[in-house]
Design a protein around this ligand. Structure first.
Ligand code: ATP
Ligand code: MG
Length: 361
């Protein structure tokens, strides 16, 4: 069976800790020879040393190897002259240059984790947010206008191509994913503000057109403000939510909060040729280097990576390994073998990692 080369960027802050934890768990699950984690530099710390946040060889490896695993990048003190954070650039460049258009953010309450939504403690939160990752309001980044310190403007870009591909991704995911909403329906919810802006109305109408190819999946609509209420009051209604870039950014943090927070929430950024996996959190410099970070978000992102590779290469051994890791995380949390600090426990990053490895054997 094939081996896979993983372009790995540890990055800044807690990035190295959570990336190493993930390498350990995935190597244990797949066998050490199966995954070849090749390490590359990048991030705010690297910029301080060299003036480059994403060196050429790192970019080429990300483009040419089989998948990308990223710890986290960015340090608040390392900024460009315009005040924007250097670290974000690494991620944004990979996102745009590799055209990683679907940002997949599962929102799933794991066994043993306390949700602030008491009504759903025993099940019902298991859906996926697909954030459009290449256009929307964030396409204006770096191109906004500020006039005489009196007027500022950014523009929101929605294209047919960009919307069609992310909508298709959402409908296909709804068809094939394992989880389902409480009523068992396959459903894609389009999150926008079609009642206010023409661009969002266009987003919705393109999603409608794509839906005609998926008659077995229900289509549903929610305004971005209203969905924040529904995600709290009836999260069990959702299956797949597809949202414009900025709305997707906002609602995925809310979704993460309902299932235990950023330390447990994975993310995958998927394009047609490449995919990047990292936890939904940032580099958390406040707890870096103290073995306090939860590695679970990155480990679950690694699970997403295994499933993405398994699908592309029709390699069921990776699918089995992904299942083993996911089950082990469930056992460690539900039996409270190692509860990370951000979930109210005392386990260090390495305690959690070791407990997950032990639970697989
Ligand atoms: P970014 O700009 O990259 O999104 P951010 O400013 O939103 O970053 P994060 O780095 O995501 O901030 O983290 C916010 C806080 O949440 C951190 O300061 C840290 O205390 C906590 N946190 C984040 N990730 C983890 C983790 N894996 N384990 C434990 N705590 C975490
Ligand atoms: Mg953030």
């Amino acid at each position: 069976m094939a081996n896979y080369r993983i372009a790995t960027i540890e990055g800044d802050g807690i990035g190295p800790e959570v990336a190493q934890a993930t390498i350990k768990v995935l190597s244990e699950a797949c066998g050490a020879a199966k995954l070849d984690f090749q390490m590359f530099e990048g991030g705010a710390g690297h910029y301080m040393k060299t003036g480059q946040v994403l060196p050429d060889d790192t970019f080429k490896a990300c483009r040419d190897l089989d998948a990308i695993l990223h710890g986290a990048a960015g340090l608040p003190s390392v900024t460009y002259p315009d005040g924007t954070e250097v670290g974000n650039d690494l991620h944004l460049r990979l996102r745009f240059q590799l055209d990683l258009y679907a940002n997949v953010r599962p929102v799933k309450l794991l066994p043993g984790v306390l949700s602030p939504l008491r009504a759903f403690q025993d099940g019902g939160i298991d859906y996926v947010i697909i954030r459009e990752n290449t256009e929307g309001l964030y396409a204006s980044r770096g191109a906004g206008v500020l006039l005489r310190n009196e007027f500022a403007s950014d523009s929101l870009v929605i294209t047919r191509k960009g919307t069609e591909r992310v909508a298709k991704f959402a409908f296909e995911l709804s068809r094939k994913r394992r989880g389902a909403p409480r009523d068992g329906k396959r459903r894609v919810t389009v999150c926008d503000k079609a009642n206010i802006l023409r661009s969002y109305a266009f987003f919705r109408s393109v999603c409608d057109e794509v839906h005609t190819g998926f008659p077995d999946v229900e289509i549903d609509y929610a305004y971005a403000d209203a969905i924040t209420v529904h995600m709290v009051k009836r999260p069990d209604f959702y299956d797949v939510i597809v949202a414009e870039n900025m709305f997707g950014d906002i609602i995925s943090d809310l979704g993460a909060a309902t299932v235990g927070g950023m330390g447990i929430s994975p993310s995958g950024e998927i394009g047609d040729a490449n995919a990047l996996f990292q936890g939904a959190h940032g580099s958390a410099p406040d707890i870096a280097g103290q073995n306090l970070a939860s590695p679970i978000a990155t480990i679950l992102s690694g699970v997403m990576m295994l499933r993405w590779l398994a699908d592309r290469h029709e390699d069921t051994s990776l699918e089995d390994a992904a299942d083993r890791v996911e089950a082990a995380v469930g056992v460690v949390l539900s039996e409270k073998r190692a509860v990370p600090v951000d979930l109210g426990g005392k386990a260090t990053c390495s305690d959690v990692t070791d407990a997950i490895c032990r639970a697989m054997n």
